[in-house]
Design a protein around this ligand. Structure first.
Ligand SMILES: [Zn+2]
Length: 359
């Protein structure tokens, strides 16, 4: 799906003032019909934000909207893909130790659910710069824009769900309630939204990926931007009491991530440890392209050995009379980049070795 946009205002720049924060996109959709979309933005301390937390300052607005506006960015060059790899590079600017830990944790949640890998780098061409913003704003650009792109976290943004939400923007997610088909699923209560905040409920034009997901971490909550916080600004048509949005990745968020960036392998123990034999197996990612990986094995929680595998192998046998902990690692400059879940098997104290394998 392709849109040709002609911009009446081509560039967003830092000179934009509060009275001039409206952009009109004129274009023709793939059916030849005219598409006119008003893009309203807000200037928050010099940051130009669309729909509350989507950063559009510092870049040509075309870079933001020339990607078919959808629930996720469609063209793969706006994704963090390099061949088969899905690596999003990042660096910190101004975050303290605890704040960085919160970001690492949010990244690990995304990594556990998908083939995305976050890697810290100062030298890559395309980098998400995670900055401590001076106010309470939380924001990100959408998709891989190219060059240094900013993801801002102010005081109050350091909760897991907010960081994951902003990271998903950077990975290419738009807001769920801005999907072009949202009016089939939700009601917007315009009378409870201040005039200057109504643009936060803009709809995108274009197609959507997957079914509408009320529980997406990218969905506004029922009273987002409400004048009267006791009343909703959004309700589901099918069930006005349905709680919208989530503090964690929904199953649809995960499948969308996996659709965009591949899946993470799941490590399982397939047989018991009677006699000290363990069979472990895993599924390989459909996409991912990890060429160097190994198993890290702990016996009685002491690091014991790691094993080299060739890409494509999917099982390992371990002999041990003690407890065993295993995880698969992607080799990152000699360190373990998390590649799978960790399987823990307690020490088997049973003398009975005739019961056969167990799960
Ligand atoms: Zn957002």
């Amino acid at each position: 799906m392709r849109f040709k946009f002609t911009f009446l205002f081509l560039l967003l720049s830092s000179q934009i003032n509060a009275n001039n924060n409206e952009y009109i996109i004129e274009g023709v959709d793939e059916l030849g019909q005219e598409v006119n979309q008003k893009i309203k933005v807000e200037n928050k301390n010099g940051k130009i934000l669309y729909q509350g937390d989507i950063l559009v300052s510092g870049v040509n607005i075309r870079d933001v909207f020339d990607i078919s506006p959808m629930a996720i960015v469609k063209p793969s060059n706006y994704r963090w893909r390099n061949g088969d790899d899905s690596i999003a590079y990042f660096r910190f600017n101004g975050l303290d130790f605890r704040q960085r830990q919160a970001v690492y944790h949010a990244m690990s949640v995304i990594e556990r659910s998908s083939g995305v890998r976050f890697k810290e780098s100062q030298s890559e061409k395309d980098i998400i710069e995670i900055v401590k913003s001076g106010d309470s704003e939380c924001y990100s650009q959408v998709g891989k824009v190219g060059g240094i792109q900013e993801l801002g976290l102010g005081n109050g943004c350091f909760t897991g769900s907010i960081i994951i939400h902003e990271l998903l923007h950077a990975l290419g997610f738009w807001h769920e309630q801005s999907r072009s088909d949202r009016d089939n699923h939700i009601l917007i209560h315009w009378d409870n939204i201040r005039e200057e905040k109504k643009h936060n409920f803009n709809k995108q034009v274009g197609g959507n990926l997957g079914n509408y997901d009320y529980k997406s971490i990218m969905h506004y909550s029922n009273n987002s931007w409400a004048i009267d916080k006791t009343k909703p600004t959004i309700t589901a048509i099918s069930d006005p009491n349905l709680i919208l949005g989530s503090n964690s990745l929904s199953s649809t968020d995960i499948s969308t991530l996996q659709n965009m960036y591949g899946v993470t392998p799941k490590l399982r123990a397939s047989s018991g440890q009677c006699g000290g034999n363990y069979d472990l197996y895993w599924s390989m990612p459909k996409q991912g392209g990890y060429h160097e990986y190994y198993a890290e094995i702990y016996l009685d929680n002491e690091f014991y050995r790691d094993s080299d595998f060739r890409f494509g192998e999917t099982s390992i046998k371990i002999y041990s009379n003690s407890s065993v902990k295993v995880r698969l690692c992607e080799s990152v400059q000699g360190y373990c980049g998390t590649f799978s879940n960790t399987v823990y098997l307690p020490r088997d104290t049973s003398d009975d070795c005739d019961r056969g394998p167990r799960d």
